[in-house]
Design a protein around this ligand. Structure first.
Ligand code: F6R
Length: 608
């Protein structure tokens, strides 16, 4: 949510600020802006819409200056327009912000009483006025900034320019991620290392409560009492190359089609083909004696966790409590002493997931992160990490991150089952063989893309509402199919446990209501097929994802049946995710929505 970039350098910074913002655009894209210090004043350009609009604005009216800040916004307070775009500034101070200043209303009221005039509806603008007020009262600008920071509550990552200090760029972090980049005679600031990768690979991550003074020669990091603190410098593995679409029209399509490769990469890090076993990295707890697991995440990642719950309970006999992070952290959940808490996140920065992790740490849980961003806050704060090797995921809708999360959770399930004695050697080998076939089966699933496109165009795109049904591990997939469809096509969709359909949603079914049924030929097939009968009997249009055996058992019930490869039911959810992604993708393309950057969404949700 919102991306921040800053540079204190030796030459004009505007072009590089804009490049950095393009690399951060996945975090929000409703407006953008930059500010730089030039000719003794603050120069600022802002534009509503994507960074390309800002780039055009800056081309028409260039900004000079060797120290500057930039921002790409995901609106929290105030509509997405130019007045609410960052940087917020007056003639003395310019500020970019990611997060929410929770006490901004109190601060704003006090500032209004003191005669300050606000130019935006944002929470951020109070920071500009707080610092200016201190300066106006005669406080030196850096001390004025420190004092202002101590008055803020909530979550923030801030980049601050002071008109009278061309030699210093200020950064502050409380809750929202922020990284410092080390250059040669230059220093940088960014919401993540990806934004800074073309300029430097030397990164220092700020921690909560830190603020930093960046000069051209280095950074001093302090706590809010003014004491210096040491933070290590890392060498990021991220590439500075701009990530391309690989010949696809959208990042989402590229990422869907990358799945055979990245599923294989993720699996190969844990799977030993010689003896068909799973080896996890050393973990600082004993899988055999973990009394209970809590599985916590948000959105699509949480649905991977729900599949994991079904797997771990059935195959490893361990009780698993599953919840979305925003509920989990506020409901005083019961946790067993020495329990295992698993946090799943593509970005590794999701605010609710991070808060849940901190909560579990305080409550004595072993915290294990399944993350795609190895340098993220969640990866750094967890006790141990099982990485998904999906590579950067740029499309806002999560695709390859989801299937690689499933692969990691499948491997963890097998390791748990072996350690607890619920899976024998032969059973482990059978499950491992099934997993090892997933990359090639995933490639086969992609061959159905054209057929799925036809169904998307003819049946799904014209619909107002769509229902997704599944049982067992296909139930979280039904939820995921609905989530994917609604977020990129803006068609209302609901995922339901197939057995629950009769308890309400069946009332909605008529000839305009497509029902996507996820029905691998597993132990639940006949019951799910009965639910499909009930849909068809009421004139509903069933779209069925199954396998050759399922096709044979369904007969001529509905014309829209996709026969996915026959696989062990254990790995079916990994494969069934792919046609659901394709269905959402082709529906969105048909409807002409912005597939990679759907309205109102952002890739890393760093606010609650
Ligand atoms: C949906 C989607 C989101 C994310 C959720 C968690 O396609 O991408 O629901 O899964 O915001 O994000 P991460 O995985 O970064 O914690």
């Amino acid at each position: 949510m919102c991306g921040i970039v800053g540079i204190i350098g030796g030459s004009d910074v505007a072009p590089r600020l804009i490049e950095g913002l393009k690399r951060l655009e996945y975090r929000g894209y409703d407006s953008g802006g930059i500010a730089a210090l030039a000719n003794g004043g603050i120069e600022r350009r802002r534009a509503k819409g994507k960074i390309i609009e800002l780039e055009t604005r800056v081309r028409e009216d260039p900004v000079r200056g060797a120290i500057g800040i930039g921002h790409t916004r995901w609106a929290t307070h105030g509509v997405p327009n130019e007045a609410n775009a960052h940087p917020h500034a007056n003639d003395r101070v310019a500020v970019v912000h990611n997060g929410i200043i929770e006490n901004f209303q109190v601060l704003r009221r006090d500032l209004l009483d003191d005669g300050h005039v606000f130019a935006s509806d944002t929470d951020t603008e109070v920071v500009v006025h707080l610092i200016s007020q201190e300066i106006a009262e005669g406080v030196e600008p850096i001390e004025a900034t420190r004092r202002a920071l101590t008055r803020l509550e909530g979550a923030f990552a801030l980049g601050i320019l002071l008109r009278d200090r061309e030699d210093v760029l200020i950064a502050a972090r409380q809750g929202s991620p922020l990284a410092i980049g080390h250059g040669d005679g230059e220093m940088y600031l960014g919401s993540d290392a990806l934004a800074l990768a073309p300029m430097t690979r030397r990164i220092t991550y700020l921690e909560d409560g830190d603020w930093a003074l960046l000069t051209r020669d280095g950074a001093t990091i302090r706590d809010l009492d003014g004491r210096d603190v040491e933070r290590p410098e890392h060498l990021t593995g991220l590439s500075g190359a701009m990530i391309g679409k690989g010949g696809h029209r959208h990042f989402m399509a590229k990422e869907i089609f990358e799945q055979p490769q990245v599923i294989g990469d993720t699996l190969n890090a844990m799977f030993n083909p010689a003896n068909r076993t799973i080896t996890l990295p050393d973990l600082p707890f004993d899988l055999a004696t973990v009394p209970r697991i809590v599985m916590v995440a948000c959105g699509t990642a949480s649905l991977a966790g729900m599949v994991g719950k079904y797997w771990m309970e059935r195959l490893a006999g361990v009780p698993v409590e599953w919840d979305v992070a925003s509920e989990f952290r506020y409901r005083a959940p019961m946790m067993a002493d020495g329990g295992l808490a698993v946090f799943i996140s593509q970005s590794g920065e999701t605010a609710d997931t991070l808060a849940a992790l901190r909560y579990c740490k305080e409550h004595g849980q072993h915290c294990l992160a399944v993350v795609n961003a190895p340098e993220s806050t969640i990866a750094r704060e967890a006790h141990s990490v099982l990485p998904t090797l999906a590579g950067p995921e740029i499309g806002v809708a999560s695709t390859k991150a989801f299937t690689t999360q499933l692969v990691v959770l499948a491997c963890l399930t097998i390791a748990l089952g072996r350690a607890r004695g619920t899976l024998g050697r032969a059973e482990e080998a059978r499950l491992c063989t099934a997993l090892s076939e997933v990359p090639s089966r995933a490639a086969e699933v992609l061959h159905h893309a054209e057929r799925i496109r036809a169904i998307a165009q003819e049946t799904v795109a014209p619909a107002r509402d769509v229902l997704f049904l599944g049982r067992g591990t296909s139930y979280p997939l039904a939820l995921e199919g609905a989530l994917k469809l609604k977020e990129i096509s803006y068609i209302h969709a609901e995922g339901y446990a197939a057995g629950e359909m009769k308890h309400g949603p069946i009332a909605l079914i008529d000839e305009n209501f497509p029902v996507v049924v996820i029905a691998p030929s597993d132990g639940a097939f006949d019951k799910t097929a009965s639910n499909l009968q009930e849909v068809v009997a009421r004139g509903g249009r069933g779209i069925v994802l199954t396998d050759p055996e399922g096709v044979a058992r369904l007969g001529a019930l509905t014309p829209d049946v996709i026969a996915l490869p026959a696989v062990d039911p254990f790995v079916a959810p990994i494969l069934h995710a792919i046609p659901l992604q394709l269905l959402a993708y082709h529906t969105a393309v048909e409807k002409g929505t912005d597939v990679d950057q759907p309205r109102n969404l952002a890739k890393a949700v760093t606010v609650e």
